[in-house]
Design a binder for this molecule. Structure first.
Ligand code: FES
Length: 190
């Protein structure tokens, strides 16, 4: 440890230097803590978002709804207990909520329940938007008449590939939409 000098002038200068050093040290410490703490907290959410988007059934995702919430045509979040009593298995339900604001069709399965995937109505021929035709029980492309079943499998060309999928997660009466296909293709026969 350094000793204070003898003269009063030199002692005052020595005290100022010490004070400045402590002040600088304290400021740097505060800045370091400020930088580190928020980054630690903020970095947890993107990791959880990625984990739960890819593996919604992971035990860490029980209370986490990844993606964006499904909304109806008025912009209101859709409640599962309001939707299911009106849904019919095999009849896709159009919703919005993904960042591109385009429609995603929820797949309704026996139960009824909401499947863990939804249909993006983008024709795999040249990209036109396909429409669900309830009377024909299929998606039909207005451009060159490709047709797809209620889960997006090709029924008639010229399209050769099935309709793309989004991931759908149901948590606590809410529906999350993730603009990413499920890790494993869920449709049989593809
Ligand atoms: S773009 Fe759909 S059939 Fe051609």
């Amino acid at each position: 440890m350094t000793r204070p000098p003898n003269s009063s002038f030199a002692a005052a200068a020595w005290s100022r230097r010490r004070l400045l050093r402590y002040a600088a040290g304290g400021s740097l410490g505060a800045i370091a803590v400020g930088l580190l703490r928020p980054r630690t907290v903020a970095s947890a959410e993107p990791k959880l978002e990625l984990l739960c988007s890819m593996f919604p059934q992971n035990s860490r995702c029980t209370d986490y709804l990844p993606g964006s919430q499904a909304i109806d045509e008025t912009g209101e979040p859709i409640a599962v207990d309001a939707l299911l009593p009106t849904a019919t298995p095999g009849q896709p339900v159009p919703v919005r909520g993904l960042p591109d604001n385009q429609t995603t069709y929820l797949v309704i399965q026996t139960g009824p329940t909401i499947a863990s995937y939804g249909i993006r109505p983008i024709c795999t021929h040249w990209g036109c938007t396909v429409d669900w035709q309830a009377d024909q029980n299929r998606f039909v492309c207005p451009c060159h008449d490709s047709q797809f079943d209620s889960e997006g499998r090709v029924l008639a060309g010229p399209a050769e590939e099935p309709l793309p999928l989004a991931t759908v997660v149901v948590r606590q009466n809410r529906i999350g939409l993730v603009d990413r296909a499920p890790s494993v293709e869920p449709r049989q026969g593809l």
